[in-house]
Design a protein around this ligand. Structure first.
Ligand SMILES: [Zn+2]
Length: 274
């Protein structure tokens, strides 16, 4: 045996599995391995509604999702994610600030250790209990990976969750969490149309930003829905019943996974409504 195959491993590769939300590896440290995390177009942000102007050129948006395109639900140690078949135009987001139809790839949530915080974006200082992100990509860039490199490659619809009455549609999703308690678990999850989680009102704010998790790529057209949906305290508590640890590790509850607001740095937020 004379040939030895070595693959290059970068520092980021070694540490990419290490980022998280704890003191030693949380949002304040992400830029050490992902310098763009201190870039000019980072998310989330604080929304100050008095500073946001209505843009009458912003159109209405529509989502037409195929429930059969939902595939699996996954615990990656940092959130729970539902993954969709995005190999063709099946579940699509159109209109709003978008110049093309975007394909739904996945949705996931961010939440906090108690009901009084957990959302990533804030509205006039209000922190909601959780925030749902539906991630779509522009197929004109051919692949999801290609879209990540474009300033308008990804469109994320953000939905705020506030505490109140239980939401039945959300429970369909929550019931599946029992199958993915620990990091690395994945289970089939299909026949689900996530538009059942949208509020009645389609008003939104939009701005250019980034993923709120490393590598924090600046490729996102955000559509943040003004009207929150209402879920019960027990339902958000169910999210906190997940673990960020694997089955064979000492249990670590996944009780917080939100990034705090980042500097606006001159960006303009627009509203679809007066
Ligand atoms: Zn997210």
């Amino acid at each position: 045996m004379s040939s030895v195959s070595l693959s290059f491993i970068t520092l980021a590769d070694v540490c990419s599995s290490e980022w998280g939300y704890a003191d030693h590896n949380g949002p304040d440290h992400w830029h050490e391995f992902y310098p763009i995390a201190k870039g000019d177009n980072q998310s989330p942000i604080e929304l100050h509604t008095k500073d946001i102007n209505h843009d009458p050129s912003l159109k209405a948006w529509t989502a037409s999702y195929d429930p059969g395109s939902a595939k699996t639900i996954l615990n990656n140690g940092r959130t729970c994610r539902v993954v969709f078949d995005d190999t063709y135009d099946r579940s699509m987001l159109r209109g709003g600030p978008l110049t093309a139809p975007y394909r739904l790839r996945q949705f996931h949530l961010h939440w906090g250790s108690s009901d009084d915080h957990g959302s990533e974006h804030t509205v006039d200082g209000v922190k909601y209990a959780a925030e749902l992100h539906l991630v779509h990509w522009n197929p004109k860039y051919n692949t999801y990976g290609g879209a990540l490199k474009q300033p308008d490659g990804i469109a994320v619809v953000g939905v705020f969750l506030k505490i109140g009455r239980e939401k039945g549609e959300f429970q369909l999703f929550l019931d599946a969490l029992d199958k993915i308690k620990t990091k690395g678990k994945e289970a089939p999850f299909t026949n689900f149309d996530p538009s059942c989680l949208f509020p009645t009102c389609r008003d939104y704010w939009t701005y250019r930003g980034s993923f709120t998790t490393p590598p924090c790529e600046e490729c996102i057209v955000w559509l943040l829905l003004k009207e929150p949906i209402t879920v019960s305290s027990d339902q958000v508590a169910k999210l906190r019943s997940l673990f960020s640890s694997a089955e064979n590790e000492p249990p670590v509850p996944l009780v917080r996974n939100w990034r705090p607001p980042q500097p606006l740095k001159g960006r303009v937020v627009r509203a679809s409504f007066k």
